[in-house]
Design a binder for this molecule. Structure first.
Ligand SMILES: [Mn+2]
Length: 435
């Protein structure tokens, strides 16, 4: 059976429910999960089915709240490592996921894309898989595809270009004029340039705080208060090339300042929608993210505030790192960070944009807690192509010092005892050297 057929069967199961039936939707606490939950919620609403959405973290019990009163449970972007739990449910389940699945679902329909030969790390995410189910239920749901693509961006599946199911859905959306592919600078274009540049996180410009951005703009003969959109074309070009030189000077790994990006007719720049969903998830308010996707203006406003707060803390972290000298080893760069929730994103951005963090080796952020040290590592796709496997490295190095670790080749984490930091970094450097 192929994925589309299986989605058809799952759609039949949903259609077989009588009006007023109760459906439980369980989804994952990240941007992809929020997008998937929103797609599923709207799909069920349009069918007149009562439903309740819960957002859960991986690693915990996820099916709590599903009871005999429910006629169906749909798990989006989560559940593939909870098969025992799913198989023991008092009602049937549909599993729509893209995470590694170990075992089988014999209490419903498995729509994990990996079970149908798709690459769950690049070709399909929880939200695009859920979108397929939604389309199998009703082709008229194609208008929800903006959410699905925003979910794929949340799981960074757009990096290197859309492929597989993600591409199929994006192409359909473009053809139906629901999404437009537009060439846009990577910084905000409708706010004063000084703010756009000073507040930019990806790319991150060093030295742009405390008036640095204003001086840079004045040196170019530009009015810092003018938004990019108001500049004549020749001045836009002048600014872009000056910024490219600036990024070269700070030895940035990535210097493309203009990108062709998906812009939704309803939600606008989809990466921006993703960033708002992400901020909601990280601040423990996934419900705000879902409500925003469902069209609530109050929720959209709150999500903006959360996004702003999250971006502020990342920027502050990057400004601090700018002044810090990291520990550069032969095969990794390590630094300390106080706020553990920012360690992953700070590791990734520092490697890309800070001159003292070499872009040819992974970055490891260590965040000392009361009883242990929380660790995040980030690599690049290029390094992974050359043999880097951070998950294996973190696992081995953490085990050696009595901790635990794992994740993905390009992004991994570990937790180790408080006094074993030196040994851990030493061991990890050694393992990465072997790779
Ligand atoms: Mn996902």
């Amino acid at each position: 059976m192929d994925f589309e057929q299986a989605a058809g069967h799952a759609a039949d199961l949903v259609h077989s429910l009588s009006t007023g039936a109760r459906v439980r939707v369980v989804s994952h606490s990240d941007a992809d999960g929020i997008a998937a939950a929103a797609v599923m919620a709207v799909t069920l609403t349009r069918l007149g089915l009562r439903h309740h959405v819960s957002i859960r973290h991986t690693g915990s019990s996820i099916a709590g709240g599903v009871s005999g009163e429910h006629d169906l449970a749909v798990f989006c972007d989560i559940g593939s490592s909870n098969l025992d739990e799913l198989n023991g449910l008092p009602c049937q389940a549909i599993l729509v996921d893209h995470h590694v699945i170990d075992g089988g679902l014999d209490n419903g329909i498995n729509l994990n894309v990996r079970s149908y030969g798709m690459d769950g790390s690049r070709e399909a995410c929880g939200a695009t898989a859920t979108m397929s189910l939604s389309l199998a239920i009703d082709e008229g749901n194609l208008d929800l595809v903006e959410l699905a693509i925003a979910g794929a961006i949340g799981d960074r599946q757009h990096v290197g270009g859309y492929t597989g199911l993600n591409k199929t859905l994006l192409d359909r959306a473009v053809q139906a004029d629901i999404i437009g592919m537009e060439e846009q600078p990577v910084f905000p274009i409708d706010v004063p340039l000084m703010d756009a540049l000073e507040q930019s996180i990806d790319p991150f410009f060093t030295g742009f705080s405390g008036g640095g951005a204003i001086r840079f703009l004045k040196d170019l003969g530009l009015d810092p208060m003018q938004p990019y959109t108001d500049l004549p074309e020749n001045m836009q070009k002048k600014l872009l090339s000056a910024l490219a030189v600036k990024l070269l000077e700070q030895q940035a790994a990535e210097i493309s300042l203009v990108q062709t990006i998906p812009v939704g007719r309803r939600y606008g720049i989809l990466a921006d929608l993703t960033s708002r969903m992400n901020a909601c998830a990280r601040s423990g308010s996934p419900g705000v993210g879902i409500a925003m996707c469902l069209g609530s203006d109050t929720a959209a406003e709150r999500a903006r505030e959360l996004q702003q707060g999250y971006r502020d803390s990342i920027r502050e972290q990057m400004r601090n790192l700018e002044k810090e000298e990291p520990e550069v080893r032969s095969h990794l760069t390590a630094f300390h960070i106080r706020d553990a929730s920012l360690k992953g994103v700070a590791a990734g951005l520092s490697m890309e944009y800070l001159p003292l963090f070499p872009s040819d080796r992974p970055v490891v952020a260590l965040s000392p807690q009361d009883s242990h040290i929380d660790i995040s590592g980030r690599g690049t796709r290029r390094l992974v192509d050359r043999g880097l496997d951070l998950a294996a490295g973190m696992h081995e190095a953490a085990e050696t010092v009595g901790g635990s670790g794992g994740g993905h080749p390009v992004a991994a984490g570990a937790s180790i005892p408080p006094d074993r930091e030196k040994d851990f970094v030493e061991k990890l450097n050694e393992v990465l050297a072997r790779q």
